[in-house]
Write a protein that binds this ligand. Structure first.
Ligand SMILES: [Zn+2]
Ligand SMILES: [Zn+2]
Length: 259
């Protein structure tokens, strides 16, 4: 069994045919899904889908792109949203200086708020970081110094150096279909070195369809292609990779019950 540790089931491309999308994933051995929030207005829908389907779990959080749209969001509101039984993680949160869709100070403020709620609840943080390695690492180090929390870098595309630093901080790393891309040589080299107990897999669907589905709408079934690619790259048995990435998911997201 595989787990898609990061998908956006409410986004256009997946939401219109969620039943079929999940059936196709199950047919490929994908047994659980983490449905990720990116803004407060979608929390109810993301959690609602998880309420209706026992293999779907939910996160609550604000994507860095949307930080500017949440000047009023309070820590108490985020904390309250995590109390739902189906909410097993906090995010996605973090810093995105590639697009700079939101003011960097607003991104940092929310990132720290998510960290604080993660520390209080024990729920792991789902971190998005792009072109912001230095500030992401500085905030993680400073905040870890004030009390540890569990976290994962999702859709990892950063440098190997950044990867090693976050592994030292105890974080896990999730790889998406990007690792299958022909031009992702540096990421592939880093993926080979990742310890088995820190690696998770995801689609980030409906974005980033892996080889051989590039150009199509990505869907959770395709986590099977990324996992197969990684097993070959790492010279491991596909069943072993499925087993340990699934174990890692349930160890990190420990509020989720295994089916
Ligand atoms: Zn992301
Ligand atoms: Zn995402």
């Amino acid at each position: 069994m595989l787990v898609d540790s990061h998908c956006h089931l409410e986004y256009e491309g997946l939401v219109e045919s969620q039943d079929d999308v999940l059936d196709r994933a199950r047919a490929r051995g994908v047994g659980a899904f983490l449905n990720i929030s990116t803004k407060q207005s979608e929390w109810a829908q993301v959690v609602g889908t998880a309420n209706r389907r026992d293999t779907v779990w939910a996160s609550v959080g604000i994507h860095p792109h949307n930080a500017d749209d949440h000047p009023e969001l309070t820590r108490a509101e985020l904390l309250e949203a995590t109390r739902n039984a189906r909410v097993i993680g906090i995010g996605e949160t973090g810093l995105d200086y590639y697009y700079d869709h939101s003011d960097r100070e607003a991104q940092k403020r929310l990132f720290r708020m998510h960290i604080s709620v993660s520390r209080e609840t024990g729920l792991p943080l789902i971190i998005h970081t792009r072109d912001a390695e230095e500030d992401t690492l500085a905030i993680l180090r400073e905040e870890m110094g004030q009390g540890t929390f569990a976290a994962l870098i999702h859709c990892f595309t950063a440098s190997a150096e950044f990867g090693e630093h976050v592994l030292e901080l105890g974080l896990s790393i999730s790889l998406s279909g990007i690792v299958t891309f022909k031009n992702a040589k540096d990421l592939q080299a880093f993926a080979k070195t990742l310890p088995q107990d820190r690696l998770l897999v995801e689609t980030d669907s409906p974005f980033l369809a892996p080889v051989p589905h590039r150009g199509k709408t990505c869907e959770p079934a395709f986590v099977g292609d990324t996992a197969a690619f990684l097993a070959e790259l790492r010279n491991e048995e596909p069943d072993d990779l499925a087993r340990y990435t699934t174990d890692n998911f349930y160890r990190l997201f420990s509020k989720a019950q295994r089916p």
